[in-house]
Design a protein around this ligand. Structure first.
Ligand SMILES: Cc1cc2nc3c(=O)[nH]c(=O)nc-3n(C[C@H](O)[C@H](O)[C@H](O)COP(=O)(O)OP(=O)(O)OC[C@H]3O[C@@H](n4cnc5c(N)ncnc54)[C@H](O)[C@@H]3O)c2cc1C
Length: 325
């Protein structure tokens, strides 16, 4: 795996030759992708693992993870991601590249070509999509105006800019609750602004948010205006039932209104559901022979680390069964 301590020579040695053909290419090194890589490597397949950012995926942006079996006291998302990455280091048949996949050519059932943002082309027999999701935007003017200057989609990454300040979280689902709870450990006050009159989160995190003295919740509300010269300075919260409004002196606004599948990277004709999630069978096969999907990107009921890890392992087992037996 690539890390900052490696020398240039080590990185060069790891860099795949562009003509090299892989048994399976896995796109995304979150829990689904890393689990798939482990399964494929254990089946002696020659694996290409492509990740556009750091390995770990959304697990690394999560705060404390308490629902993943094997860690009775919970584990920081970042630490869990690192442990998964470390486990792959024992398998020399996994080649990791840090690139963003931009296109896929389905040449035949047994030949695919992957194109990346660095103009690389990789040939492989099968592909596992483990791309995860992206934060959903509210599509407001204030997001466009203040993104990176107070508006953020990643509490864990951007909390450092707001120590002891007042901040806002927009949303009321699991991720919004996790984010508010996490932020409350570092900031002065968290205001949650939620469009409904109840939180849509699992009981434990919901209770923790509702009883946290550092979190105030504005129900049935939306942010209608944000003011700031260079950065966010205050936000206007409007109650959609009684039209009353309040200006809050917040320096950070964290938007957690859902996560959606990436829209335009997949030009192959892959079947998705009405919300854009990839449809697979129970073997993680998509409608295209040789293309599998695993993790949050799949059309499914529960999106968690445990289900992503399960999907990844199932996908790799079936790649091996379908193509290499
Ligand atoms: C704030 C937050 C808190 C959470 N807390 C919990 C929790 O406590 N417990 C729990 O079980 N789950 C939690 N989750 C959900 C959990 O993180 C996800 O279900 C899980 O990470 C999904 O794994 P994945 O591998 O499918 O996707 P991801 O983890 O999203 O990984 C996908 C990877 O693909 C990469 N990628 C995307 N596009 C490309 C491309 N074009 N080229 C190359 N690479 C690409 C991304 O960079 C990313 O690393 C949380 C999520 C969030 C956002």
């Amino acid at each position: 795996m690539i890390d900052n301590t490696q020398t240039e020579t080590e990185l060069e040695r790891q860099a795949p030759k562009e003509t090299e053909r892989f048994d399976v290419a896995i796109i995304g090194a979150g829990p689904a992708g890393m689990s798939a890589a482990l399964g494929a490597a254990r089946a002696n397949l020659n694996v290409l693992l492509i990740e556009k950012a750091l390995p770990g995926g959304e697990t690394s942006t999560a705060c404390k993870i308490s629902n993943y079996i094997g860690f009775p006291k919970g584990i920081l998302g970042e630490d869990l991601g690192k442990r998964m990455e470390d486990q792959l280091n024992d398998y020399p048949t996994i080649t990791h590249v840090c690139e963003s996949v931009t296109d896929i050519l389905n040449i035949s059932d047994k030949e695919k070509i992957i194109k990346t943002s660095l103009d690389s082309e990789y040939k492989c027999q099968a592909i596992i999509f483990a791309l995860g999701l992206e934060p959903k935007r509210l599509d407001t003017n204030f997001e466009r105006q203040f993104l990176g200057r107070g508006v953020s989609y990643y509490a864990r990454g951007d909390v450092e800019f707001h120590h002891e300040e007042d901040v806002m979280v927009i949303g009321g689902g699991n991720c919004a609750c996790y984010a508010a709870d996490y932020l409350s450990n570092f900031v002065n006050k968290v205001y949650m602004v939620h469009s409904k009159d109840h939180l849509r989160a699992v009981k434990s995190i919901k209770q923790s948010v509702e009883t946290n003295p550092k979190i105030d919740i504005f129900w049935d509300s939306k942010v209608s205006e944000v003011f700031g010269i260079d950065r966010v300075e205050k936000a206007k919260v409007e109650n959609t039932v009684n039209s009353q409004h309040t200006w809050l002196d917040v320096k950070g606004i964290f938007v957690y209104v859902g996560r959606i599948p990436p829209e335009d990277i997949i030009s192959v004709e892959i079947d998705t559901d009405e919300d854009g999630f990839i449809i697979t069978d129970e073997f993680m096969r998509t409608n295209i022979p040789g293309i599998y999907a695993a993790g949050d990107i799949r059309s499914k009921q529960v999106r968690q680390i445990a289900t992503a890890v399960s999907d990844g392992m199932i996908a790799s087992i079936n790649v091996e069964r379908d193509f290499f037996r």
